[in-house]
Ligand binder design. Structure first.
Ligand SMILES: [Cu+2]
Length: 176
């Protein structure tokens, strides 16, 4: 029975320190100003809307993603890369005169927006996950040249008549 008061005291001290730690942590949380990296997937000033990913009619073919990216910030931003959840690889392409080519970067001036749309800029998604089906969503993440990122959902759609202009597209000649 000699150890009982000591054990009780140790427990009491432990309880007090835990309480103090938790309180300290809570205070730290409330007092800290939001760090620049607090929301790495939501670059300030940038908005991605009307996102959709048009799934291929033939399994194994690439999908095409379209969206509007608006720059509400003060400086020009540059898209460095795009990734789509459920696709092993994604590339920014531009269709000019019926020919697609890979685009390494896209600049968006402040106060303007860029539309990724059929027949123009689009994101091609390769090696699609079998789980991607019309009616669902997939997350797109845009990485900018400064390392900031922006994520937003893409609505999954079946390929329809609007995609006919993409018929017969050939990705084999794109080496640049
Ligand atoms: Cu393409």
């Amino acid at each position: 029975m000699r150890t009982t008061p000591l054990a009780a005291a140790v427990l009491a001290i432990a309880a007090v320190s835990m309480g103090a730690c938790q309180q300290q942590a809570a205070e730290d949380k409330g007092a800290s100003p939001p760090a620049a990296s607090a929301a790495p997937e939501a670059k300030p000033g940038m908005t991605l809307s009307e996102g959709r990913l048009v799934l291929p009619a033939v399994k194994g073919n690439p999908a095409a993603a379209y969206f509007t990216l608006a720059n509400g910030g003060k400086g020009t931003v540059s898209i460095a890369a795009v990734a789509i959840a459920g696709a092993a690889k994604a590339e920014v392409h531009q269709t000019v005169g019926g020919t697609m080519s890979k685009v390494d970067s896209v600049d968006i001036d402040p106060g303007t927006n860029i539309r990724f749309e059929p027949g123009g800029l689009h994101v091609m998604a390769f090696d699609l996950d079998a789980g991607l089906a019309p009616g669902g969503t997939a997350e797109v993440t845009v990485t900018f040249a400064d390392g900031d990122k922006l994520s937003a959902p893409l609505k999954l759609e079946a390929r329809g008549a609007a995609m006919d202009d993409m018929k017969g597209m050939d990705h084999s000649g794109m080496n640049h």
